[in-house]
Design a protein. Structure first.
Length: 217
């Protein structure tokens, strides 16, 4: 049933007014701009990771002073801590950025230089895998070496990196086999990391990417 001709303008005016009120009411919450910091953190995970590393570095500097700087920067403390640092979901967005923040804060506590791009870089190294498999064949570690699908260098900055073995293991695989692989690789690794780089950690990961075991290198 249609409204009489004279009533239409009135009803349309009321409807328009009500629609305006609803629009203002619903849009009120979205007119307040987010702070630049919250926008940046949401858009750039490396900044959130850097901030978390910076906070940890500040704590270490406060507790250990200049000695902490040597331990965490020169001896790789920040890199090793990054594997278990919390909150894990923030750190893993860019572990290299976390390490950068930790090292900068523990070095002085004031010299803050956040990254402007992702820091962590993953690079497959098939030659390293071939050389390890050759060694494993001659040293009784052929079977665990066959579980490796890829050797990945996880660059955490200009100088620091980890070595990750991406394997066919699962979270329920025999722990003895995982440990045997980690022990064999760590034994084979000669520590010659080159003039400008240093490997700190060995990570054996499952097929879904979960870390199964870690070793110092």
């Amino acid at each position: 049933m249609h409204a009489p001709a004279r009533a239409r303008p009135v009803r349309l005016t009321v409807a328009a007014a009500l629609l305006g009120l609803i629009t203002v009411s619903c849009g009120g919450g979205s007119t307040t701009p987010k702070s630049p910091a919250s926008r940046t953190t949401a858009e750039h995970g490396y900044e959130a990771a850097y901030d978390a590393g910076w906070r940890e570095g500040e704590r270490l500097f406060k507790d250990g002073g200049k000695g902490a700087g040597v331990r965490e920067v020169v001896w790789g403390g920040c890199v090793r801590r990054s594997l278990t640092a919390q909150p894990h979901n923030v750190v893993e967005k860019d572990r290299g950025a976390w390490v950068l923040g930790c090292k900068q804060a523990v070095g002085s506590g004031t010299d803050r230089h956040p990254p402007t791009r992702w820091v962590t870089r993953r690079e497959s190294d098939p030659d390293l895998l071939a050389r390890f498999r050759s060694w494993a064949l001659a040293n009784g570690a052929k079977q665990p070496a066959r579980q490796i699908g890829q050797v990945v260098l996880v660059h955490l900055g200009d100088r620091d990196y980890d070595v990750e073995l991406a394997t066919a293991y699962t979270g329920t695989s025999a722990k003895a086999g995982v440990k045997q692989l980690a022990d064999a690789f760590a034994t084979w690794w000669d520590g010659d990391d080159g003039d400008n780089a240093r490997a700190w950690n060995l990570i054996v990961s499952a097929r879904d990417g979960k870390h199964l075991i870690t070793r110092n290198l």
